[in-house]
Write a protein of this length. Structure first.
Length: 154
């Protein structure tokens, strides 16, 4: 059930700009989702986001996400299906194509290596956090899915 989001901000006509591919992991455990808060010295300080980062040259999206989750959280994640893909425009930056993937299995002990804080937020309460603009529409969609019983436990 992949969903494509609208642009975070309308772009202007003109030549196609270079884009940055970014991946994010939606780590779900017992009805909770892992949210990560940016450090005070980082760009967009204090904002919440899903863990992940930029795709490096030669990497597939799942490979990049596994690498990022290892670097940021010290886990070896099993990357599941893509849930959402959107293009975001932040002022003064090249466009970001952001892909969210489900992570419902990982090995290792989750350890915070990069963020100001980690929080396991119950599905249905995510919108109470101050999310990055690029994550907002996905959070709204995810909350709507949770209201309809997603993810179903088997």
């Amino acid at each position: 059930m992949q969903r494509t989001g609208d642009d975070c901000e309308a772009g202007r006509p003109g030549p196609e700009p270079t884009v940055t591919e970014v991946v994010a992991g939606v780590i779900v455990l017992d009805g909770h989702v892992l949210a990560c808060q940016r450090r005070p010295e980082a760009e967009h300080p204090g904002k919440w986001e899903f863990p992940g980062g930029k795709v490096e040259s030669g990497e597939s999206l799942p490979q990049a996400l596994r690498r990022e989750l290892q670097e940021e959280l010290a886990i070896d994640a099993t990357v599941g299906k893509q849930l959402w893909r959107t293009t975001c425009l932040y002022p003064g930056r090249q466009p970001i194509v952001l892909s969210f993937f489900l992570i419902n299995e990982y090995a290792g002990v989750l350890m915070n290596r990069q963020f100001a804080a980690l929080r396991w937020a119950r599905l249905g309460t995510l919108s109470a956090l101050d999310w990055l603009d690029g994550d907002l529409k996905f959070v709204v969609w995810l909350e709507a899915m949770a209201a309809h019983g997603w993810p179903r436990q088997t």
